[in-house]
Write a protein that binds this ligand. Structure first.
Ligand code: PGA
Length: 234
């Protein structure tokens, strides 16, 4: 279902003490109840979110249900810990872990089968953007990553231009809207499409004013409870 979602992607950051401190601070701030707030910490810290009242999810999972996959985490394990969401196909995993569209597609299917909502990430590189290939890349990633998916209401899409992740360079609201509108043509009106890439308290409002931007996937700025709360309450 389409709604405003602010999802924190903590990546490989924080210790258990820091996670608890974050939750303590966040508890003291009133968050807009109309907005879906999701935190995706490293796997180990998922249980710390259990009674926090905040929704949470994994940053990745394996595509198989179970078995001999040393070091991996399954969709059912995430469900078991109370996760509602899972980030899939993040560009850092595509780049450093060589995740292909095909593998990501298998993960998306497994997540849905297990009752998790995949936050399916896509985005173009700086070179692709300079060459004017953004729309083509996005369409391609959508087609391959969501192959066989017929019900788009069970997923969330996150557009994250790679050149904007962790760089301080945000896509302009117009640039983001253009891509979101293209994604919307494929996934329809009932799917939340998030923007990610250097989202900060001072640029979220103008991004959210755009018709097809339904929220954010936030890295760096989500590590700080005050900044994250400002983004949620934009
Ligand atoms: P950033 O990361 O907000 O630090 O740019 C976003 C992401 O990678 O999800």
């Amino acid at each position: 279902m389409r709604k405003i979602i602010m999802a924190a992607n903590w990546k490989m950051n924080k210790t258990s003490t820091e996670v608890n401190a974050f939750l303590e601070s966040l508890k003291k701030i009133e968050l807009n109840k109309e907005r879906e707030v999701v935190v995706c910490p490293p796997f180990l810290y998922l249980p710390l979110l259990k009674d926090s009242g905040i929704k949470y999810g994994g940053q990745n999972m394996h595509w198989e249900e179970e078995g001999a996959y040393t070091g991996e985490i399954s969709a059912n394990m995430l469900k078991d810990l109370g996760c509602e969401y899972v980030i899939l196909g993040h560009s850092e995993r595509r780049q450093y872990n060589k995740e292909t569209d095909k593998k990501i597609n298998m993960k998306v299917k497994q997540a849905i089968k297990s009752g998790l909502i995949p936050i399916f990430c896509l985005g173009e590189s700086e070179k692709q953007q300079e060459e004017g290939k953004t729309q083509e890349i996005i369409r391609n990633q959508l087609e391959k990553g969501l192959k066989g998916i017929t019900d788009y209401t069970s997923i969330v899409v996150a557009y994250e231009p790679i050149w904007a992740i962790g760089t301080g360079k945000t896509a302009t609201p117009e640039q983001a809207q253009e891509v979101h509108a293209e994604i919307r043509k494929i996934v329809g009106e009932e799917t939340s499409i998030l923007y990610g890439g250097s989202v900060k308290p001072d640029n979220i409002k103008e991004l959210m004013e755009k018709e097809d931007i339904d929220g954010g996937l936030i890295g760096g700025a989500s590590l700080d409870p005050q900044d994250f709360a400002k983004i949620v309450n934009f």
